[in-house]
Design a protein around this ligand. Structure first.
Ligand SMILES: O=C(O)[C@H](O)[C@H](O)COP(=O)(O)O
Ligand SMILES: [Mg+2]
Length: 308
């Protein structure tokens, strides 16, 4: 049964029990550009106690460098690039190290600049993504659009993730690459989150966008690189031997049961679900014992507020 964090004693005991605090971002630290209450203070409290703080997001719209800029813009200082793991980075590393896509091959991107920047940092050329020629302001769809008719023979993989700038042309070109050469191009997804938490409402998530082209092409992704995939957990453990040796010294803090909580649980960590994103208290109570979060709280900032 998950324990709700509501007292100072619980907070002080929780903080003392862990050396590594892994944070999901959307729905935990912020909702879009809206910082949630007492997040900077909570992070400062953990750093004052010499805790290791790591950020793990499935939101592929930004690169790690972009996230450093967002942290700074929202008043969260002292975060370094090696403390940030995103599904855009995890997907680029997958294409480079697991798929071993040759660097003279291009990647067709259904997604935003975060994916493009991480792939380019590893030496890949991308097409699609944020290409302005794909924007269709008030233009009727042209089934003979050059990018739809003349597929680039140098494309060696399709990478799909979250984009808030979706249109029929981008979906249709993605589908052509998924069907190309008898459906042989590798189909990589950054993550499968069905919804994207925004202030007081749920929006369409990467998983729902990816499902559109998956359903239309009759293909499912060959790999999903974000949480709960353990690739980012393995990278984090490789950087933090103490967590590798004893995962129970780690706490995964997230807002989604089937990604964040599974990611932490499968990595051997304890878990804390916060109710500022996707899940409700009723969802927590409906979880079977073996998959229920270790703890849950109304919001992350309760760790700071209750510690006073
Ligand atoms: O749709 C998505 O991609 C996700 O909802 C979103 O980006 C999740 O980000 P996270 O909560 O892992 O920071
Ligand atoms: Mg989240």
């Amino acid at each position: 049964m998950s324990q709700k964090i509501t007292t100072k004693e619980q907070v002080l005991s929780l903080i003392d029990s862990y050396d590594y605090f892994l944070f999901d971002c959307d729905g935990v630290l912020w909702l879009g550009d809206h910082l949630l209450p007492h997040v900077p203070e909570t992070l400062d409290l953990l750093k004052e106690k010499n805790k290791t703080v790591i950020f793990v997001t499935n939101n592929s719209t930004k690169s790690r460098d972009d996230y450093l800029g967002k942290f700074k813009k929202l008043g969260i200082d002292g975060i370094t690039k090696d403390e940030v793991f995103g599904s855009s980075y995890a997907s680029a590393v997958y294409i480079d190290k697991i798929l071993k896509l040759p660097k003279d091959k291009k990647v067709w991107v259904l997604g935003e600049e975060g994916i493009e920047k991480e792939l380019k940092e590893l030496g890949y050329t991308t097409i699609g993504g944020s290409d302005p020629s794909l924007v269709q302001h008030g233009v009727t769809f042209d089934p003979d659009h050059p990018l739809l008719v003349n597929l680039d023979e140098d494309v060696g993989a399709v990478l799909a993730g979250l984009t808030l700038n979706l249109n029929y042309l981008k979906l249709s070109i993605t589908m052509q690459y998924l069907l190309k050469d008898n459906k042989s191009l590798p189909f990589i997804a950054t993550n499968i989150d069905s919804t994207f938490p925004s202030k007081g409402k749920l929006l369409i998530g990467a998983g729902s966008i990816i499902e559109t082209v998956a359903f239309a092409s009759g293909r499912q992704p060959d790999a999903v690189c974000g949480k709960p995939n353990q690739s980012m957990m393995n990278s984090i453990k490789a950087d933090n031997p103490g967590l590798q040796t004893n995962p129970k010294r780690g706490l995964m803090i997230g807002d989604r049961l089937n990604t964040d909580m599974k990611f932490g649980r499968d990595g051997g960590l304890d878990t804390l679900l916060v109710l500022t994103g996707i899940e409700t208290e009723a969802n927590v109570h409906s979880q079977a014992k073996e998959v229920a979060p270790t703890f849950y709280a109304d919001k992350l900032g309760d760790l700071y507020e209750l510690s006073k």
